[in-house]
Design a protein around this ligand. Structure first.
Ligand code: FAD
Length: 503
């Protein structure tokens, strides 16, 4: 017989950045009637405040909270994101698009890219695979509208995410969570109390002497990992040998037109810059390794590349790429930057926060906090971090750039065996290994691998005997449907104006 439960009475969230409020909102929805939720934040310490590009899964996160999309887009100054334009990554002048979605519907005997590889063998002027991406076609024309219905057809094989103002999003979720009963406390935590026998955290103490007790503590304190590292010394796997960027400069600039429905990432001599269009401004940043360039030069590269007037001085951030060895220890669960950080090349940090909160709810403990729940949570999170890590390294490792010490380092550096396998599998057979069904799709891998110039030697041999004519007709149809559909779509800026004005 199962033992009677010993339910959690109070959850304390430490930190009110994106992670803190993204944790508080679903907990408020799922647990508010079951236990008290308190969030402590220190305006004096502040938040990282960047983090403006997301993945399509954020829509599911918002939907689960019952957030009205138009209201969210209006209040966070959001724009729509169909993917990322990569410039100068494979070599100077190289450009490709990582769009959200597929290259048209499935074809007989498998994935569209296999049929495309098969046709490349016989058809001299076969267009690039990206021609069959609706997301890429929309991005190229600055068009946006959500996909129509669920049936996978040529023109709706795409998805979308958002760009938003991170501080407005945190404020949006703060209002949401507080309306559902979350208590917010301002103050700086200076001490932590632990149970003398179990080592469980029993309370955090503020600099004004206040004491906040709890049964479960969620550490959203940012890079410092106030509880997970400060109290439990969880340890950190440092991945900077494979992902050498350790610095960023961020600066907003005046918005320019047209309002592009995508992020732009441009490779530079010691890293890359981002451009994220919002309704009221454009977010910009330069991610770089300070062993290969100075902060002054990095700032110059960033400011020289702005397409509008800078609205502030660049803000400097330092980080160590890697993962906390354990993110759940005893009654403490780290979410957000306190659990690890991978550079924002593919906008994955907020996505990892979404996963973390949903895994916490799925594995929600009682007051005994079974170590088995912690082990399972740590396993899921570790796998997610490794999968994302491999995908990001791919962008650097496959470069053909030799024009700076940084890029020569990236081309030569050792990479994980899982990624070696991924690259060789694709190069030899055209197949992509998916280790994590919730992670980046086959199409995402294809965009990066083909975009950086890796062309498979073979394709699915089952297609060998197929008559190429129906395949060719399939791709011609997909291209026509995409072109006609995109031509009829509204301009991105017009779509937003109509969306936020809707009653
Ligand atoms: P923070 O924002 O640092 O918040 C920490 C909170 O803890 C604050 O409220 C602080 O007051 C509180 N705190 C700390 N110590 C104490 C204390 N002693 N007492 C009380 N309170 C305390 N992610 C994406 O998904 N997309 C992106 O495009 C993206 N771009 C990024 C660009 C850069 C350069 C960087 C560095 C990150 C980027 N990220 C991005 C990651 C994203 O910014 C973070 O995942 C997100 O902001 C979460 O941060 P956080 O809430 O964990 O930490």
């Amino acid at each position: 017989m199962a033992e009677s439960s010993n339910p959690i009475r109070k959850v304390v969230i430490v930190g009110g950045g994106t992670a803190g409020w993204m944790t508080a909102a679903p907990l408020a929805l799922g647990l508010a009637r079951a236990c008290d939720i308190t969030l402590v934040e220190s305006p004096e310490i502040g938040t990282v405040g960047v983090g403006e590009a997301t993945l399509p899964t954020l829509r599911h996160y918002n939907m689960a909270l019952g957030i009205d999309d138009a209201d969210f887009v209006k209040k966070t100054q959001a724009t729509f994101k169909l993917g990322i334009e990569f410039k100068d990554w494979g070599h100077t002048g190289n450009r490709f698009f990582h769009g959200f979605g597929d290259y048209g519907p499935e074809v007989e005997n498998g994935a569209p890219h296999m049929a495309w590889l098969r046709l490349l063998r016989d058809v001299k002027d076969m267009p690039p695979l990206a021609t069959f991406s609706t997301a890429a076609a929309m991005a190229g024309a600055n068009k946006f509208t959500p996909p129509f219905g669920d049936a996978p057809g040529a023109c709706n094989a795409y998805s979308y995410a958002y760009h938003f103002d991170a501080s407005l999003y945190a404020a949006y979720l703060r209002d949401y969570a507080m309306r559902r009963g979350v208590t917010r406390i301002e103050g700086r935590i200076v001490d932590v109390e632990q149970h003398s026998e179990t080592g469980f955290i029993t309370a955090v103490k503020l600099d004004d002497g206040r004491r906040i007790e709890g049964d479960l503590f969620v550490d959203c304190s940012g890079f410092r990992g106030l509880l997970i590292e400060g109290v439990y010394q969880a340890g950190y796997d440092d991945w900077s040998a494979m992902l050498p960027c350790n610095s960023a400069l961020a600066v907003p600039c005046e918005k320019t037109t047209p309002l592009t429905p995508y992020t732009t990432s441009t490779a530079k001599s010691a890293g890359w810059t981002w451009r994220i269009p919002l309704q009221h401004r454009t977010g910009n940043g330069h991610v770089y390794c300070n062993s290969f360039t100075s902060d002054q030069d990095a700032a110059r590269v960033l400011l020289d590349g702005l397409d509008g007037r800078a609205l502030d001085d660049p803000r400097q951030l330092r980080f160590t790429t890697g993962r906390r060895r354990k993110s759940w220890i005893k009654n403490c669960v780290a979410i957000g930057l306190s659990s690890g950080f991978l550079e924002p090349l593919e906008s994955t940090s907020i996505n990892i926060i979404e996963n973390s909160v949903s895994w916490l709810l799925e594995h929600f403990p009682d007051r005994d906090c079974s170590p088995h729940l912690a082990d399972e949570y740590n396993r899921l999170l570790s796998e997610r971090f490794e999968y994302v890590r491999d995908f990001i390294i791919l962008h650097y490792k496959l470069t053909n750039r030799t024009d700076s010490e940084f890029w020569r380092y990236c081309a030569d550096m050792a990479i994980p065996d899982t990624l070696k396998h991924q690259i060789e599998l694709f190069r030899e057979t055209g197949r992509v290994a998916i280790y994590d069904e919730k992670g980046f799709s086959v199409s995402s891998h294809l965009a990066i691998l083909l975009g950086l110039g890796v062309m498979p030697k073979r394709y699915n041999p089952l297609l060998d005997k197929m008559d190429p004519r129906p395949l060719l007709a399939h791709f011609a149809r997909v291209r026509d449907v995409i072109q006609n559909t995109v031509a009829a779509m509204p301009d991105h800026a017009d779509y937003i104006a109509g969306h936020v004005a809707a009653p």
